[in-house]
Structure formats: C-alpha cells, structure tokens
Unconditional design. Structure first.
Length: 262
C-alpha cells in the first residue's frame, strides 16, 4: 500500500513540476514576444498611415516602410478643444490610455456622443504629411466610432484646405464580412477621395446615402448594400469627429492656413 502511495505521490510531483516548467516557458515566451508584437503593431500603423496618403508601393519591406514614414510623416499632438498643436511627448502618447484617465479626457454627453465612444481624450495624435520640399501637403487624422458589432478604426487624409478628402482607410473592425466589412473595400474607399467634409457655412456635410450618391453631391458617399447599421456607424463617426468635440476646431485652423504657418 505504501508503494502505491509513493507511486501516486511521485506522479503528482512530476505533474506539478511539469506544470511549473511549462508556465515559466509560456510566461517567458510572452514577455520575450511582447517587444516584437509592439514593434509589428507600430509598423502596421505606419504602413496604414502611408497607405491612406498614397505613399505606399507594392511589396514594401519593413525597412522601406520605416524609411518612408520617417521621411514624409511628422506626428503631432493637437488640443481638441482649441484646435492648436499641443504639448507633450508625441512618441509616448497613448490615446487609449488617455481616454481612461479622467485627467486627460472628458465624458461626452449623449448629444455629443454621436460615435458611441463615451469619452474623448483632451489631445489627439495627427500626422502631417510632407512633400519632397518639406512642405505639408496633407494631414492624416485617426477616427473611430461604433458600428453594428464593433468599434471601427480608420485614418482619413485631408488636404491642406482642411476640407477635401485625400483618402480613407479602415484598418480595424469586427463588422460582418461581405456586408459591413465592405468598409475595407478599396472601391468603396475610393468614392471618398475628393469629397468635401464641410459645406460653405463650415458645417459638417459628409454623409453616407442609401444606394449610390449623386455624382454632383460634393459630400455624398455611396451606401453599403445590406449594411445599413454599419453605414450609420460610419456616418455617426464622422459627425462626431468633424464636430467641435472632435477635430472641428483643428480643421478650421487648417482651413485658415495653420499647417504651413507653424
């Protein structure tokens, strides 16, 4: 009987030791891979910013992406309330963390919260796009808002008039493939190029229609067939980010020439 007990005890000891070893290996791997994962996330972000500005080329390597980003893109912080360029270390800015900090964000009222995001950071990161003469040719703004199933994240490139869309890309979402997931369709994204964000009175004017937009509608965007709620989410996203609670004050200053005047 004692031999049986010894056998069971040894078996349990071996199992416990194996579990501990495996735990240490898994934990070590997770820690070791974290830096690589963060590096890849940054690279993907840089590529998407370049993509929305039209600066990418087929089969770009990581080194090419980083070189192009360093040459043509300048990240800056913007104070959303005033529309002025903000202070702080842009390299360490984390909007997701800022939104969770009551000292660095504000709660939105139901009337303000058209995008369904509840809170907004006091500052936002924007990306100034330079040409070969070091002049700013466009600015990229990160936007996000609730769709049918998920929060949808995008970059929109805007001309130096603060009004004309140069490009749009959705880079993260959980919408239904083939329906709401069509926000990633290049053909749909191309319909945004050249559209006007604001009307002549300076009010947000971009709007997603049902069906096909009238070619003469300077701010009309084609709808998403079978994905009305996702399309509504896109609409509400831009209603918020073009408002005074979002990039409205900044884009007004861009329209007045702020980008190439300091």
């Amino acid at each position: 009987m004692a031999k049986n007990n010894d056998s069971i005890g040894r078996t349990l000891l071996v199992v416990i030791v194996l579990c501990l070893v495996c735990s240490v290996v898994v934990a070590g791997s997770a820690v070791g891979l974290k830096a690589k994962q963060e590096e890849q996330k940054l690279l993907d972000k840089q590529f998407k910013i370049l993509e929305v500005t039209g600066l990418t080329k087929p089969n770009m390597s990581a080194e090419e992406t980083q070189a192009l980003y360093s040459k043509y893109i300048e990240p800056r912080l913007v104070d959303l309330k005033t529309g002025d360029f903000g202070q702080g270390n842009v390299a360490k800015f984390d909007m997701a963390a800022a939104v969770k900090d009551p000292a660095k964000s504000i709660a939105l009222t139901p009337k303000q919260d058209k995008a369904g995001i509840r809170r907004v950071s006091n500052q936002a990161e924007v990306y100034l796009v330079k040409d070969d003469n070091n002049n700013i040719s466009q600015v990229v703004l990160p936007v996000y808002g609730k769709g049918l199933w998920s929060v949808m994240y995008a970059f929109i490139a805007v001309d130096t008039d603060g009004n004309t869309v140069k490009g749009l890309t959705y880079y993260a979402h959980g919408e239904t493939p083939g329906l709401g997931g069509e926000i990633e369709n290049p053909n749909w994204l191309k319909t945004w190029t050249g559209k006007k964000l604001f009307n002549e009175q300076g009010q947000p004017a971009i709007h997603v229609v049902k069906g096909t937009a009238n070619p003469n509608d300077a701010s009309g965007i084609d709808g998403l067939s079978g994905a009305t709620l996702t399309a509504n989410g896109v609409q509400h996203t831009f209603e918020f980010w073009l408002s005074d609670s979002g990039y409205g004050p900044f884009l007004k200053k861009v329209h007045e020439g702020a980008l190439n005047n300091g």
